[in-house]
Write a protein that binds this ligand. Structure first.
Ligand SMILES: [Zn+2]
Length: 826
């Protein structure tokens, strides 16, 4: 093995640096970083460190670029040339194929508690930096290796610090011992309990956001995402399983085969077990394998058995699996990957070039362009979409006026519309053609329905935009990139903030937090010829006399820092609707919000809400562990949120009674996903399936695999899109038109709420829009309520059967969730 060929030490070995051999202990993140810094110092002509940011908890993020001194010396020109190969360089200079080395990017430890891979990265770095082995020297002549030792330092340290705190002097291999049982929330996710291996495209989390800037600056030909699965599983490597998205090319598939064969050679010679072509598909675009694949790379996931194994565990074969073994396996596939890339660097480069030349000349898929209509009510959501496209290096233009034929997303039918100047056009004739197709096509093409993640994510639905997919090239011109300057126009009478999206919620609540009393209009109104929808927030001095001129200064300060629209209002006399002094214009009191956390709660779902308040809204929220609920002072809480999870407090008579009393007195309970199904006592009834078969064995995901790497979101409908009819006169649907596209992750739907309830978002019949749905479920998912409000005394239960904050990428759901928090029950 490469490992044993080390000689002529000029570089500090991992063991010398750490004081133990790789695999003997878990290495805290700062020690990993320390080793990378040491090697970069000792071999600056072969190793270059590139910091790219820091985590929520302040840990550094960085990659090490390793190659021969000759390549490191001309690194910047290699990088720029590589972008020219991909047709994404800023300049128009010609790319040079000859002598272009292949870029291999190795991503370790995106899931914090799959902790062997960062340990392996130490071995990879050392071996590549040392270059004592002639094979390694030869490989690096035509390969530049980019090593990210840890994509998720916060999660990794959460796991490592916990593990180190519970392990004895010698590890205990018995699988029931506590060192193999991680406490809530576990180390898999980042600080906000987000799965960073679902976030590549959306880049909601700062780790992804910062990393993707660097990634798109390099565009590697090969990318490997190192993972671990349950410790009873043998090693998994490429080729991947069906379904493959149809944009994946034969070359991308065949290269995966070459890689797999080479790995098998090493694993066979060591007598190690492995498997390929199962479980891990290539479809959902936000993984560490699919995202690179849709960006012209060979993107792969490797999986070592090991989650929960600690330093050693007895597995089902009565064998002890050690961290040393796990790290060695990942190190072996790392080197084997580099070997194949090096041996085929010529064809990697020419196929990469061909891929991107084809993208710009013929595009991708059946649709040549996607048109997003720029209606006035869509401004906020269009801006959010543009930001997402920018983050992914996807180009867009604005339409020139004229007729356009294509499939209308709202109806699924071929239609003819007149494009207006200012409508957004995204052409597939661009370098990232595959990514455009995958993100925009109205219906994902599935080769097979067995998948481990959602099967629908089409952006026009996720962003709530009116769009057309056209087989023609729609005429367009560059977007005027000069953003509107934020302006503030002082108005003696006051201001109106249309309640139309996240920026408005953020602006209104920050003004409110600064001490200004807010009001909102229960009905639409028109003043000075301008119409405002129900839910519009009014910021008027009349309720804030004590602030004097400071009132306008506060509004100005927040307005200038906001993306939201705010309008000066000249008079309280409206042309239509209710005058501002009427009782239909009510106070908007900012609530004190509690989110339940801890054992039993789905950490991802809880984290989505926490991150939304903390990072997106900048609004205070208290996380209270469910087991501490008995000690909560209910009178200090206005809103309590139950994310997806199991709520045992509901079965505790005293606590359930306290909660009910709190609601009767005006408290608001927001329940999402499975939490909704636990509220039967309070009049919320889940609809039973009409077809018994649905809930039994014809699930698309077998339960054995659920504990694996890609935990299935649902056995029945793995993320499909449905059209919901909204009662937008109800505060829960303020700011929306009469319909909303929801991402359904399960088969739950409510019986219509009776008497004391409002059915705000309902599914009629035939509401399925896109994505896979199990047989029989379509008939159940009809004529019921998905979003509703049940009155309990003076308080409410808000039922959100679907999670509008799922992975925080369903942009159009954020206002719905905000309505539940801020508008319902005022
Ligand atoms: Zn993983």
């Amino acid at each position: 093995m490469f490992y044993s060929l080390l000689s002529a030490q000029k570089l500090t070995t991992p063991a010398e640096f750490l004081g133990y051999s790789v695999g003997q202990k878990f290495t805290p993140h700062h020690r990993l970083v320390g080793y990378f810094e040491r090697i970069a110092q000792q071999a600056p002509e072969r190793v270059k460190l590139m910091p790219y940011g820091s985590t929520n908890e302040g840990r550094p993020l960085m990659v090490a670029v390793v190659s021969t001194p000759g390549n490191i010396d001309r690194l910047e020109s290699i990088r720029v040339n590589n972008l020219r190969l991909a047709n994404v360089a800023r300049d128009r200079a010609a790319a040079i194929e000859a002598d272009a080395p292949a870029l291999v990017w190795l991503s370790y430890n995106v899931h914090g508690n799959e902790a062997s891979s960062s340990e392996a990265s130490l071995l990879t770095l050392y071996t590549l930096a040392l270059q004592s082995d002639t094979a390694v020297q030869r490989w690096l002549k035509n390969t530049v290796v980019i090593i990210d030792p840890c994509l998720n330092p916060d999660g990794r340290d959460r796991y490592v610090n916990w593990y180190n705190s519970v392990v004895g002097e010698k590890y205990d291999p018995a699988n029931l011992s506590r060192e193999h049982r991680e406490p809530w929330p576990g180390g898999r996710t980042n600080h906000y309990y987000f799965d960073l291996n679902r976030d590549w495209a959306w880049q909601i989390q700062i780790e992804s956001h910062q990393r993707m800037k660097l990634y798109l600056d390099w565009m590697p030909q090969v990318h490997v995402d190192f993972h671990e699965q349950g410790y009873n599983e043998p090693y998994y490597f490429a080729p991947a399983a069906e379904p493959f998205h149809e944009v994946i090319t034969p070359w991308q598939r065949s290269f995966q085969n070459s890689i797999g064969k080479n790995h098998a050679r090493y694993f066979d010679s060591n007598g190690w077990l492995y498997f390929t072509k199962q479980v891990f598909d290539l479809l959902y675009p936000s993984y560490g394998d699919t995202y690179p694949t849709y960006n012209g790379s060979i993107g792969m996931t490797y999986e070592q058995g090991g989650i929960g194994a600690g330093l050693g565990v007895i597995n089902k074969d009565e064998d002890t699996l050690t961290l040393t073994d796990r790290a060695l396996h990942h190190f072996t596939t790392s080197m084997s990957t580099i070997e194949v890339a090096a041996n085929q660097s010529g064809s990697l480069i020419s196929e990469f070039r061909k891929y991107f030349n084809q993208a710009v000349s013929t595009g991708q898929g059946v649709y040549k362009s996607y048109l997003i209509r720029n209606r006035p009510q869509d401004a906020v959501r269009i801006r959010a979409l543009q930001q997402l496209l920018d983050r992914n290096g996807i180009r867009y233009e604005q339409a020139t006026a004229g007729p356009v034929k294509g499939v209308h997303y709202a109806t699924g039918k071929e239609t003819m519309i007149t494009a207006q100047a200012g409508d957004l056009v995204i052409s597939t004739l661009q370098p990232r053609a595959a990514m455009v197709t995958v993100l925009f096509e109205p219906r994902t093409k599935l080769a097979d329905t067995v998948t481990y993640d959602i099967t629908a994510w089409s952006l026009p639905y996720a962003y709530g935009l009116d769009a057309i997919a056209s087989k023609d090239k729609i005429a367009s011109q560059p977007v005027n990139q000069e953003g509107e300057k934020r302006r503030f126009v002082r108005s003696t009478y006051g201001y109106a903030i249309p309640w139309d999206g996240l920026p408005a919620v953020r602006l209104a609540t920050s003004i409110g937090k600064a001490g200004i009393v807010l009001r909102y209009a229960e009905q639409p109104f028109t003043t000075a010829g301008k119409s405002f929808a129900a839910g519009t927030v009014l910021v008027i001095p009349a309720s804030n006399q004590h602030l004097g001129e400071r009132f306008h200064e506060i509004v100005k300060e927040y307005t200038l820092n906001s993306d939201a629209a705010i309008f000066p209002i000249a008079t309280g006399l409206v042309d239509a609707g209710s005058d501002f002094g009427s009782e239909r214009v009510r106070n908007l009191r900012l609530p004190r919000v509690v989110l339940l956390s801890g054992e039993g709660v789905n950490a991802n779902a809880c984290g989505e809400i926490w991150q939304f308040f903390d990072q997106q809204l900048k609004y205070p929220i208290s996380l209270v562990n469910q087991q501490d609920l008995g000690r909560m002072n209910w009178s200090q809480v206005d809103v309590m949120i139950l994310s997806d999870g199991n709520y045992s407090f509901l079965a505790n008579k005293d606590q359930a009674e306290a909660c009910k009393k709190w609601m009767q007195g005006g408290g608001r309970l927001i329940a999402l996903e499975s939490a909704v199904t636990q509220l039967g006592e309070w009049g919320v009834k889940v609809k039973k399936s009409e077809d018994k078969k649905t809930e039994s064995t014809d699930s698309v995901v077998t339960s054995d695999y659920q504990a694996r790497e890609r935990d299935a979101v649902s056995a029945i409908t793995p993320g499909s899109i449905w059209q919901v009819q909204l009662d937008n006169s109800h505060p829960l649907a303020y700011g929306y038109p009469k319909s909303y596209y929801t991402l359904k992750l399960d088969g739950n739907i409510l019986e219509p709420l009776s008497e004391e309830g409002w059915n705000v978002g309902v599914l009629g019949s035939g509401a399925h829009v896109a994505g896979f749905v199990g047989n029989g479920l379509k008939s159940k998912l009809a004529n019921g309520t998905l979003f509703g409000v049940q009155s309990v005394g003076r308080g409410q239960i808000v039922c959100l059967t679907d999670n509008p904050l799922f992975r925080s990428f369903w942009e159009n759901g954020k206002l719905l969730f905000s309505n539940a928090v801020f508008m319902v029950g005022q």
